[in-house]
Design a protein around this ligand. Structure first.
Ligand SMILES: [Ca+2]
Length: 443
């Protein structure tokens, strides 16, 4: 054991001791400390605190399809930091989001489909329970930085905190700029001294400080990045009078991820930290990228693969095997139960959670991977397995043979396999829609 390992071991022993003390204090005071908290009445007793729980850094880029990353075969952009995460971790090829920001954000945080949760754009209903709540109440330090977009923060300054994130640095919504001369909130108040700053630096640096401060505790750093979403027209330009082009935004996004991984390296936290990286929906439609030598047009807002198949990388040295490819279906609802399992706690018991944990997949074997995924946007929806995709309007596609959905099969057409797939997927969608609690007309 060399000096570095001795130091790491000593830090680990110290961190466990500090964590036990902190959680004990939390157990003593939690009944008093959470008045007005939506989840407080459902909070379980923390009779004992399990050991060996990893830190979680969940990064979600904005408007970034899988084709943008080198590890997926993309060649239009340089993404060395993300490629390194893939090379030393696990790359998933069947992760699906919704086609747009707001429903993806509600889905990933709540573990529930929009047919149970979302009534309007940019709304995270007050009674939803997020993975922030769940991990906070399991003793994790929780923080969020980046794009929130779940409320006009000026009308509800405590919004992020009430959804389980104890600290935050966010571009709340369209109250100001997200990139140059940004208008951000630090916890419940407007962040000072941002005029000469670049928003993405502020989000990332905030999380770096959070990680340094909480390195001896289990922590959750949720990083819904502002990049690589186009800026709004009224956002101030950068120092050279321009905003970054898409290529520049992708590469800047990768650089920010590298800042986080470098921090975790320097702190000796990598073996005890799971990094997850994904995107909230596909690339904008005015961007065409090259993947495996072919052009692929972005599909944001569409229900096609280009709009809903997103990258998912998992990196956890010593636990997630390096350089592995995983083809399991992953649904955006799966993050909530996955994070809960990592924190050795339960998902909320008083409601339907649609997700299924993929912790077993991270550890190398998932004997019961989920068999289908579902998504919705703008009144359209589909349910699919790996091979077949059925839209609610009756179109069926064989995705292995028709990945860009050029040949819809109508009801009553196709071979026996197609008919069997239609029957199976239609039954699953019917069962799912029966359990909807939000009127489709409202969404
Ligand atoms: Ca988005």
């Amino acid at each position: 054991m060399n000096l570095i390992h001795v130091n790491r071991f000593a830090r680990y022993v110290l961190s466990v001791a500090r964590h036990e003390l902190r959680v004990s204090l939390c157990v003593m005071v939690f009944c008093y400390a959470s008045a007005g908290d939506a989840f407080a009445t459902e909070r379980p007793e923390l009779a004992s605190v399990p050991k060996g729980r990893p830190n979680v850094v969940l990064i979600m880029a904005d408007d970034l399809g899988y084709e943008c990353l080198g590890s997926y075969g993309g060649t239009s952009y340089k993404t060395p930091n993300l490629d390194a995460l893939a090379a030393t971790g696990m790359r998933f090829t069947n992760c699906f989001s919704t086609p747009k920001c707001s429903p993806s954000r509600v889905t990933i945080m709540s573990g529930r489909y929009t047919l149970r949760t979302t009534t309007t754009w940019g709304e995270l209903p007050a009674n939803e329970i997020t993975f922030g709540h769940v991990l906070r109440d399991a003793g994790y330090a929780t923080a969020l930085a980046g794009k929130w977009q779940m409320v006009l923060q000026k009308t509800d300054p405590g919004h992020v905190r009430r959804f389980g994130f104890q600290e935050s640095a966010v571009w709340a919504w369209h109250e100001g700029a997200r990139y140059y001369k940004p208008m951000l909130y630090h916890n419940d108040t407007i962040m000072a001294d941002t005029k000469e700053k670049y928003g993405p630096d502020l989000y990332c640096d905030f999380l770096i400080d959070f990680i340094k401060t909480n390195q001896d505790k289990p922590f959750l750093a949720y990083y819904p990045m502002a990049l690589t979403h186009w800026p709004k027209n009224d956002e101030p330009p950068g120092p050279n009078g321009k905003h970054l082009e898409f290529k520049g935004m992708v590469e800047e996004m990768d650089r920010q991820v590298g800042k986080l991984t470098t921090t975790l390296d320097r702190l000796g936290l990598r073996e005890n930290t799971l990094i997850l990286f994904t995107g909230d929906n596909g690339t904008p439609t005015n961007v065409t990228s090259i993947i495996h030598g072919k052009k692929l047009k972005g599909g944001k807002a569409k229900l096609t693969d280009a709009g809903t198949r997103v990258p998912l990388l998992a990196n956890w040295p010593g636990t997630v095997k390096a350089g592995t490819l995983n083809t399991d279906l992953i649904d955006f609802t799966d993050f909530m139960p996955t994070l809960a399992e990592l924190a050795m706690t339960t998902v909320p018991q008083d409601r339907v959670i649609d997700g299924q944990s993929f912790v077993a997949a991270l550890k190398g074997k998932n004997p019961k991977p989920r068999q289908w995924v579902y998504t919705w946007w703008g009144g359209k929806e589909w349910l699919r397995d790996k091979d077949w995709k059925l839209y609610a309007d009756g179109r069926l596609y064989h995705m292995k043979a028709d990945a860009t959905e050029q040949k819809p099969m109508k009801k009553g057409t196709g071979d026996a396999d197609a008919k069997a797939a239609r029957k199976k997927l239609a039954r699953l969608m019917s069962d799912l829609k029966k359990s909807a609690t939000v009127n489709f007309g409202q969404r």
